[in-house]
Design a protein around this ligand. Structure first.
Ligand SMILES: NC(=O)c1ccc[n+]([C@@H]2O[C@H](COP(=O)([O-])OP(=O)(O)OC[C@H]3O[C@@H](n4cnc5c(N)ncnc54)[C@H](OP(=O)(O)O)[C@@H]3O)[C@@H](O)[C@H]2O)c1
Length: 332
């Protein structure tokens, strides 16, 4: 059925400035790591993308290897983009990345100029785009000189294949060096994409300070710890969950859901209940409370999850008591 975006799409979303840049991003962004591959329902994928855009989510995040199989999330997104979103291209921020293994041989992994140049060309072709809005180096490369990787990001902007560049999962010192190199070349780094949730707080240990100091935005991925910080696992592992689906490619496995973790999740859920929120809403709100976070990058396997998660934007302040109770549970 023909898609026409909701006329109310900008009524309720909050947009935050990405570091010192001119770009605003929605407080919630949608990632296509899972649920958009060839093994997934394309009707469901389309319904999720339409709902997201109708609710003001202007940012869709991809990577060369998303699927499975790798590349299929970009290809499937490309099909839906062409049919539904072409008239809205200038209202969308589409990102992709390269840095994890994508093809065989020495040129399909990490951070060489050879890999990144070939990979962005492949991504643009799969998605049917002339350019991406943000191109990321997906993870640090211990072997390629940082100068080479950053010069390649700069080159891709010069060539018009990406408007902005970012880095993902770089530790603070390496991130600071990358920012300096990019700044010297005249392509300031727009954004850093780290994992961040109540259950994984490494960014609080220096990275957020480095980002703030350098005027670089932050988009937090896996804010629900891949679905763990939701009502999904409160009583065990349901069959329709990511943990039970054995998708591979970094998806959580059943052994992560221990009885101790389930106990913690139930305790957190009680606090969420008192705030009149679902656990997912509280977990997202807990990240949104920090103004250094530009956007929270969620995944959803069904449109209803997106509807649930969007409500987090209505209440993301916490009392001192609530924060203390959450800390006590997380550190127990
Ligand atoms: N830069 C990187 O290295 C990197 C790495 C990983 C991810 N990312 C990016 O971050 C995005 C998000 O990652 P993620 O999918 O792990 O994020 P997430 O939001 O932590 O987890 C998404 C999963 O949580 C469950 N869920 C979501 N909302 C829910 C709700 N309201 N109620 C109940 N369950 C809910 C669903 O699980 P079920 O599927 O079980 O229903 C969903 O698939 C990715 O798509 C990707 O763009 C980047």
């Amino acid at each position: 059925m023909h898609y026409s975006a909701s006329l109310h799409r900008y009524d309720n979303m909050e947009y935050r400035r990405c570091g010192n840049s001119g770009l605003l991003l929605p407080a919630l962004s949608l990632g296509l790591w899972h649920n958009f591959g060839d093994i997934d329902s394309q009707a469901n994928a389309r319904a999720i993308l339409r709902l997201a855009f109708d609710k003001g989510i202007t940012h869709f995040d991809l990577a060369n290897n998303y699927g499975p199989p790798p590349g299929s999330a970009e290809a499937n997104f490309g099909k839906i983009f062409k049919e539904d979103f072409l008239p809205y291209r200038d209202e969308l921020i589409i990102s992709t990345k390269a840095g994890w293994k994508m093809w065989e041989g020495p040129y399909g992994d990490y951070g060489s100029k050879k890999y990144l140049v070939a990979s962005i060309d492949q991504s643009l072709k799969r998605m049917g785009l002339d350019y991406v809005d943000i191109f990321y180096h997906h993870r640090p490369d211990p072997h390629t000189p940082l100068e080479e990787t950053m010069a390649t990001l700069h080159l891709l902007v010069q060539q018009g294949k990406a408007l902005y560049v970012g880095i993902s999962s770089y530790p603070p010192a390496e991130a600071a060096k990358a920012f300096q190199l990019l700044q010297q070349m005249g392509t300031p780094c727009l954004i850093h994409q780290p994992r961040y949730s109540m259950l994984d707080r490494w960014v609080e240990d220096g990275l957020l300070d480095v980002l703030e100091k350098n005027g670089v935005g932050c988009i937090a991925f896996s804010p629900l710890a891949q679905g763990v910080l939701t009502n999904k696992y409160l009583k065990g592992i349901p069959a329709d969950s990511r943990a039970a689906s054995h998708r591979g490619n970094g998806a959580i496995e059943e052994n992560v859901i221990t009885p101790q973790l389930i106990h913690k999740l139930n305790a957190l859920n009680e606090i969420a209940d008192k705030r009149n929120q679902s656990l997912a809403q509280m977990a997202l709100a807990w990240i949104l409370k920090d103004k250094r976070i530009t956007s929270v990058l969620i995944g959803v396997s069904k449109p209803e999850q997106l509807t649930d998660s969007l409500t987090a934007l209505q209440h993301y302040s916490f009392s001192t008591e609530e924060l203390q109770s959450i800390e006590a549970i997380l550190h127990a």
